[in-house]
Design a protein around this ligand. Structure first.
Ligand code: PLP
Length: 339
């Protein structure tokens, strides 16, 4: 598929590594039925640019190019108090000489602290221009529009980026990732049977799915919900994948059953730690020296481990875990992870 007709900024150098994880694979097998588990590969999207980058870096390459084409001087976006998406959007804004404003949704009451560490510290360090904090369940789109209106009133031009950068244009970032993976599978001689990816605002899962289907990559994708179980998550991913396919002009109807997500690993609540997440973060750190985060990738890896324990994967099945980043949030949860 030809992505070259979409304006794009470049925030990373080359492809992120695709690596086999021998020690983790061995440790996982010991937890699986009959001591046999899948062989686990990792796509290091935690090594994307706008360091410490993550999946938002890929989406922003297309979104910020669009903002610049429209003459914006300020990026406006939204997220939770420790949002990686807000932090990476701010890094892109700084790099491009733009200003940046956030609407922060306090999804867990009392979770916003002006002096918090982790991503919040980085918001201040990189010089966010303004933060509007609203209670969970607020109309976020309206709150962002209000910020844009305030800027317009003083002669400035804001560009609103949807939560998580997940719209059709942002999803192109993961179409690009699908194409990058296809080339790496070929060059490295790797045959993957299944991909495990996080599923939140759904641009990553939906974009990757559209990219796989559009490029005829016949590898099933399993999304691990970070805030919703399948009944609520699947329709979101399906809508995103279809929007991305439509933007690409693929003339393709995304089959509803190509969207697969698993729930049960994110509870009790989005961003609130659980024991499976702690086990997953410690296991990857102690077998491969790779750092996950408590809010997203820790729970996504907990999903991979949980499915493996249930015998979901065939023995020796080759599976690929997409590491979507998030490392700065680790420091906010030091107490929970220090066992
Ligand atoms: C945002 C985020 C996700 C979820 O990706 P979506 O595209 O919103 O579904 C996963 N991992 C990390 C580290 C993130 O910051």
């Amino acid at each position: 598929m030809d992505l070259s007709r979409f304006p794009r900024r470049h925030y990373s150098v080359g492809a992120t590594p695709l690596e086999f994880m021998p020690n983790f694979t061995r440790a996982l097998a010991a937890l699986c039925p009959a001591g046999q588990g899948p062989r686990v590969w990792i796509k290091r999207d935690d090594m994307l640019g706008l360091f410490p980058g993550g999946n938002k870096t890929r989406k922003l390459e297309f979104l910020v190019a669009d903002a610049l084409a429209k003459g914006a001087d300020t990026l406006i976006t939204c997220g939770a108090p420790q949002s990686n998406h807000c932090r990476i959007t701010l890094a892109a804004a700084v790099k491009e000489g733009l200003k940046c404003r956030f609407v922060i949704e306090e999804r867990v009451p009392g979770s916003y602290h002006e002096d918090a560490s982790g991503n919040h510290f980085l918001f201040r360090l990189m010089g966010v221009e303004a933060i509007t904090v609203v209670p969970g369940g607020s109309n976020i789109a309206q709150a962002m529009q209000q910020v844009a209106d305030e800027l317009a009133a003083i002669g400035r031009v804001g560009y609103i980026i949807a939560g998580g950068g997940s719209n059709a244009l942002g999803g192109l970032g993961y179409v690009a990732c699908a194409q990058e993976l296809q080339q790496q599978f070929f060059e490295q001689g790797v045959t993957i049977d299944r991909v495990i990816v996080g599923s939140g605002s759904s641009g990553t899962h939906g974009g990757l799915l559209a990219g796989f289907l559009g490029n005829r990559i016949n590898i099933p994708i399993v999304g691990i919900g970070v805030s919703r179980d399948p009944a609520d998550q699947d329709p979101l991913v399906h809508k995103e994948a279809q929007a991305v396919a439509d933007l690409l002009g693929l003339d393709m109807v995304i089959a509803r059953d190509s969207v697969v997500t698993e729930g049960g690993f994110w509870q009790p609540k989005y961003s609130v730690p659980n024991a499976m997440m702690v086990e997953a973060v410690q296991m990857l750190a102690r077998t491969e020296g790779i750092l996950l985060d408590p809010v997203y990738t820790g729970k996504i890896m907990a999903g991979l481990i949980g499915l493996a324990r249930r015998g979901y994967f065939k023995p020796d099945e080759e599976i690929l875990f997409i590491h979507t980043g998030g490392m700065p949030a680790l420091h906010v949860y030091e107490r929970e992870l220090s066992a």
